[in-house]
Design a protein. Structure first.
Length: 269
């Protein structure tokens, strides 16, 4: 399996850079930042997503970098594609472009009326179809280093948006759901994966984002706990596990063992 980390950049910039370099030194495969107007996992203000991503692309040298995920609520395909083309070059071709349908919280923060689930799904399809073409570049806007375009990740839960990921994405990502037990989380993710498999006729990476607020697991309690966690999702069909970094900042007290992440990264269960 591949492993990646999500940084929520709410600490002073020097600390954010240290974390990014730690993730790279651990040998993880990817580094991601969220794209919201307000902090999705706490009350502290945090840096804007694409500005942060551009800076972290310069602060690292090997690890792939991306947004998990850019919200269509306050993004526009033409500008997002232009930003992505720039960061693809700034990172020497290490960019992953992540997009998602956004949330009611995004609409509220942006000062927009709520969207119905159907409207949100329709808007995501229209956005992705346009972005997919724009990311390929042209003579006027320039071309990406990665051809035909930087890889596209779509975060999706509903059957309609999962089918869109099967059609257009290079990676599909899910968190499973909110407030689930370990068994419920795995079952929800596997059920969503079945929708993807039924709709997909090409290779799409299956990615799971772990967060204790969504699925009540404690994979960093020990190396054995992480290995068991990873194996359950590998057997379910997932190719990649993402988690928030550093894990002790996003886990219940006493559920992260000393040196577990370092050993996990080295041993690669």
């Amino acid at each position: 399996m591949k492993f990646g980390a999500v940084l929520v950049p709410f600490e002073p910039w020097e600390q954010v850079v240290r974390w990014a370099r730690e993730v790279e030194e651990l040998g993880l495969d990817s580094l991601w930042v969220p794209d919201h107007l307000v902090n999705p996992v706490g009350s502290k203000p945090f840096y804007e997503g694409w500005t942060t991503l551009a800076a972290l692309a310069q602060a690292t040298s090997r690890i792939r970098v991306g947004t998990l995920v850019s919200s269509i609520v306050f993004r526009e395909p033409r500008l997002l594609a232009k930003q992505a083309l720039a960061v693809d070059h700034l990172s020497s071709g290490r960019l992953e472009v992540g997009v998602g349908a956004g949330s009611d919280e995004d609409n509220e923060a942006a000062g927009l009326r709520p969207w119905t689930p159907r409207e949100r799904s329709d808007r995501l399809r229209s956005f992705v179809e346009e972005l997919d073409e724009l990311l390929r570049g042209d003579e006027r806007r320039g071309f990406p280093l990665q051809r035909p375009r930087p890889p596209l990740t779509i975060a999706a839960w509903s059957p309609r948006t999962i089918r869109l990921a099967a059609e257009r994405a290079d990676r599909w990502n899910t968190m499973g759901g909110y407030g689930l037990s370990a068994d419920e989380g795995l079952h929800a993710a596997a059920s969503q994966l079945a929708v993807l498999d039924a709709a997909s006729h090409r290779t799409v990476m299956r990615s799971f984002l772990y967060g204790y607020r969504w699925v009540a697991e404690t994979p960093f309690a020990s190396v054995e706990a992480f290995a068991a966690f990873a194996e359950r999702y590998r057997e379910a069909g997932f190719d990649e596990l993402l988690f928030y970094y550093p894990p002790e900042r996003f886990s219940p007290a006493g559920t992260v063992g000393d040196g577990v992440l370092e050993r996990v990264a080295k041993e690669r269960p």
